[in-house]
Design a binder for this molecule. Structure first.
Ligand SMILES: Cc1ncc(COP(=O)(O)O)c(C=O)c1O
Length: 233
């Protein structure tokens, strides 16, 4: 019997992919060792990482304007990394709230910067609903706009993308990345994780030499410092 997992986040993988991984697990690319056992700085592993990035760029149509970073720290690590890299002293981080994870991001953000939350949950004819983007009260003065297009636990998906005249748009795509086509250019920073449990995240942001990053003080912790992690540093 085949078991299907329809949950948001960790999802089914093509059997052919898993069978290939299984076959190569003990002896990867004829090296006589597993990919898990070789150095993370060795040429074969770095080539794998490069191919992985190229595949992701192709699949999501990510332009060179964006860096793609594979990072540790899980979703909550990025709740910290966003304000640590994007906050401005003169403007709050604006957090759109529509469920458990977006509220969690606000709470974490408040440890590092001033925050302003925008609750988009509402009631329509006695039914739970969320406001359309045109009715979100986003303040003009904002260091970034953070929102969660798919609230995993609450089961709420937002299909529109907010816009802001000055603040970068940041999206927690932890439980919807690659589930549907998106226009990466509508965002300034996206984070998400592969099948959740591998703890590595993709951090994409418009090239930091742009005004958005230059005006900000990057995080001090080197693993969370986007400029440090970027090849363009
Ligand atoms: C939308 C969303 N954001 C953040 C997280 C937190 O991720 P982590 O458990 O890796 O810290 C989750 C976890 O399931 C999630 O679904």
């Amino acid at each position: 019997m085949t078991v299907y997992n329809f949950c948001a986040g960790p999802a089914m993988l093509p059997p052919a992919v898993m069978e290939k991984a299984q076959a190569e697990f003990i002896n990867w690319q004829g090296l006589g060792v597993s990919v898990m056992e070789i150095s993370h700085r060795s040429k074969p592993f770095l080539k794998l990482a490069e191919e992985c990035e190229a595949s992701l760029r192709r699949l999501m149509n990510i332009s060179d304007e964006f860096e793609v970073l594979f990072m540790h720290g899980g979703g909550r690590g990025h709740f910290s990394a966003v304000p640590l890299n994007l906050h401005l002293d003169s403007a709050p981080g604006v957090y759109v709230e529509n469920g458990i994870w977006s509220v969690g991001a606000t709470k974490e953000g408040a440890k590092f910067t001033q925050v302003e939350s925008v609750d988009i949950r509402t009631d329509k004819d006695g039914q739970f609903d969320i406001l359309p983007v045109s009715e979100w009260s986003l303040p003009q003065n904002a260091s970034f706009i953070h929102y969660c297009p798919n609230e995993t636990i609450d089961g709420i998906e937002i299909f529109e993308v907010p816009k802001h005249p000055t603040a970068p748009i940041v999206a927690d795509m932890s439980s919807m990345i690659l589930s549907r086509e998106i226009n990466v250019d509508d965002f300034d920073l996206i984070y998400a994780g592969a099948q959740k449990k591998y703890w590595s995240f993709w951090f994409k942001y418009r090239n930091y030499s742009q005004d958005v990053i230059r005006k900000r003080r990057p995080a001090k912790a080197c693993n969370f410092r986007l400029c440090h992690r970027s090849k363009a540093k």
